[in-house]
Design a protein around this ligand. Structure first.
Ligand code: ADP
Ligand code: ADP
Length: 216
């Protein structure tokens, strides 16, 4: 069962994916996490991705698609996955369809977490991310028990370089230009279900679980 979480930067895709993947025992594949891991380890992929990520631009399709192809071919994804942050362009979406068709599979649902742009800057400026595993917090909306420390693994929380307001503005533009056409792409396939991402985190989770269980 392959699901695609869609929504602008800051919509809550990662937050929801972390909870829902555990609850449903689905592998969480976050393209952003994979890029950040490669950056941390200064791999060839990390070096290619770095400049794009710092500027808030998309890493080129060719590179991103090869990375996801590799990830989805691992045994833990054989039964499906919850994709967070991929696809982000029509070319990536078409390639994903081809990739899954080769495996005799397909995307079964695309929850689209919708949040108006004005809210996104505040969401991302207040985001704190865990160094060890990328667990996500917000200083107001989902604070850790102890400031600066991850509740789940005790590692340090940091603010992502690309969460500064200037870069966030660019990321939102890039989303509107390159990613938002996927809303119509998946609506046309009858796979889209729109969720109100301005609701509290737990409420979004509840709705999301209801929608996913309908297709399980
Ligand atoms: P995305 O993966 O879509 O970029 P995140 O899951 O990282 O989004 O969430 C962005 C920020 O907004 C984080 O700081 C997170 O804690 C916070 N957040 C997520 N969902 C909500 C929500 N429903 N209400 C308020 N804040 C939220
Ligand atoms: P967000 O929390 O805003 O949704 P991500 O962590 O998903 O951000 O992505 C961080 C950065 O990684 C993006 O700004 C982009 O540079 C790169 N990236 C992640 N996923 C993709 C993708 N599918 N295609 C191209 N670039 C990507």
């Amino acid at each position: 069962m392959y699901l695609v979480l869609l929504g602008p930067p800051g919509a809550g895709k990662g937050t929801q994916a972390q909870v829902v993947s555990k609850e449903l025992n689905l592998v969480h594949v976050s393209s952003g996490d994979i890029f950040r891991e490669n950056l941390k380890n200064m791999t060839e992929l990390g070096k290619v991705a770095q400049g794009y990520m710092e500027r808030g631009e998309l890493v080129p399709d060719e590179v991103t698609i090869a990375m996801i192809r590799d990830r989805l071919s691992r045994p833990d994804c054989a039964q499906g996955a919850l994709l967070d942050g991929f696809p982000r362009t029509p070319a990536q979406a078409e390639e994903l369809d081809r990739m899954l068709a080769e495996l005799g599979d397909r995307v079964v649902l695309v929850p689209y977490i919708s949040v108006p742009s004005q809210i996104l800057v505040e969401r991302l400026s207040g985001r704190w991310t865990c160094r060890a595993q990328g667990h996500i917090y917000h200083q107001m909306y989902n604070p850790p028990k102890q400031a600066g420390v991850c509740d789940l693994d005790g590692s340090e929380l940091y603010q992502r370089e690309d969460d500064k307001p200037e870069t966030v503005k660019r990321r939102i533009e890039v989303y509107l230009e390159q990613t938002s056409p996927l809303i119509e792409y998946y609506r046309g396939k009858g796979l889209l279900v729109e969720l109100d991402g301005t609701q509290p985190i737990e409420d979004v989770t509840e709705t999301l679980l209801v929608e996913i269980r309908k297709v399980m």
